[in-house]
Ligand binder design. Structure first.
Ligand SMILES: [Zn+2]
Length: 363
């Protein structure tokens, strides 16, 4: 019995030593973005993520969501058990054992998260790959971008048609087509290759309004989950954004920008319109933050304005008091992962767009 206890202790110490070495190595790697970019993000991660998508892509439901539900249930069970032991049995040794197990689960989850995706937050990223000079921008540059986006939006809306209601393509079709747009874009940008589709409806869609997201990537299963009940025009760009996460662009502004590069080359007016509508809102937000409202801008087409109003109405109807709290938590998560502007990181795509427009003279 004593020998078995000793073996157990040796095994536990070994596991903790391995975990500590892994955490140290991960932290060390985060100081070397060049190393992360060249060894991890564009090599090791690419192969690993493709295997994950190959394994989970064929499943008609999100395996990651099922795992999240199971983990949630296990955590609830552990907390109830802990409370019971604290209040009823008052067994200190058992309480310590449960806490130690929970801590081990948290540490393993952290190590797994960082090795299976999180290190991508510390890469050099898309600006490095495209040799873009991303600098602070002026209000005038912001206005030039907004005007260019407005012209694009008006033109794309005309290509979609004159009907005041936008088409509503089938979700599966949108998921199915998205990888072909990546294939198309990779001819121009060889580093944005996407293989093995793994895009699912989120099982949490009925509660999504309380979480405030349109999609999310599960780094443990490689799946991209999409909120299926959003206005359909938001779906194509959300899918391209999540796919960018899948291929290793962890930062929100990076995923937005890669989604833009792909939508731009898609040759599909509906997909491009979905993307430019979102980008226009980011630029508009920036102008609002700076209290800048230029007079002489190309007006948005009536059809475009009506589309915007319809989307706004959808989100106004589902406003609630829980979503802002969840967003605050998400803000903390982003700040802890190299996204110094937290939830506003999505808006940082504006800097990338201005740099891109300056370099390539197009948007
Ligand atoms: Zn994202």
């Amino acid at each position: 019995m004593k020998l078995r206890n000793k073996q157990f202790l040796v095994k536990q110490n070994f596991i903790w030593n391995v975990l500590i070495i892994l955490i140290g190595s991960i932290q060390f790697a985060t100081f070397y973005p060049n190393f992360v970019e060249k060894l991890y993000s564009t090599h090791l991660y690419v192969g690993y993520a493709q295997i994950l998508r190959w394994l989970t892509g064929w499943l008609p439901f999100s395996l990651g969501d099922v795992l999240y539900i199971l983990i949630g249930l296990y955590l609830c069970y552990s907390v109830i058990r802990l409370i019971k032991i604290c209040l009823v049995r008052k067994n200190g040794a058992q309480i310590w054992l449960i806490l130690k197990n929970l801590l081990k689960i948290v540490v393993v989850a952290y190590v797994w998260f960082m090795l299976s995706w999180g290190l991508n937050y510390h890469r050099l990223g898309i600006a490095y790959q495209l040799h873009l000079q991303v600098n602070p921008y002026t209000n005038d540059e912001l206005c030039v971008l907004r005007d260019s986006l407005a012209v694009k939006l008006n033109s794309l809306r005309q290509q979609i048609g004159q009907d005041s209601i936008l088409p509503s393509p089938d979700l599966i079709t949108l998921y199915w087509q998205a990888p072909t747009y990546y294939q198309q874009a990779s001819k121009l940008y060889p580093f944005i290759q996407y293989h093995y589709r793994s895009i699912k409806n989120s099982l949490f869609t009925p509660w999504a309004k309380y979480f405030g997201w349109g999609g999310y990537y599960n780094p443990f299963t490689g799946e991209a989950q999409i909120r299926a009940d959003m206005p359909r025009i938001l779906i194509p760009y959300t899918v391209l954004h999540e796919m960018a996460h899948q291929i290793g662009y962890a930062g929100e502004e990076e995923a937005n920008f890669v989604g833009y590069l792909v939508a731009r080359e898609s040759g599909n007016a509906y997909v491009a319109y979905s993307c430019y509508s979102e980008l226009y809102k980011y630029v508009y937000n920036e102008l609002l933050l700076r209290n800048t409202f230029p007079d002489a801008t190309p007006a948005l087409d009536t059809l475009v304005r009506n589309d915007f109003k319809r989307v706004n109405r959808f989100f106004m109807q589902e406003q609630n008091s829980i979503a802002p709290q969840i967003m605050d938590l998400y803000d903390v998560y982003l700040r802890a992962n190299q996204q110094k502007n937290g939830i506003n990181s999505y808006n940082e795509v504006v800097g990338l767009l201005i740099a891109f427009q300056k370099k390539y003279k197009k948007i």
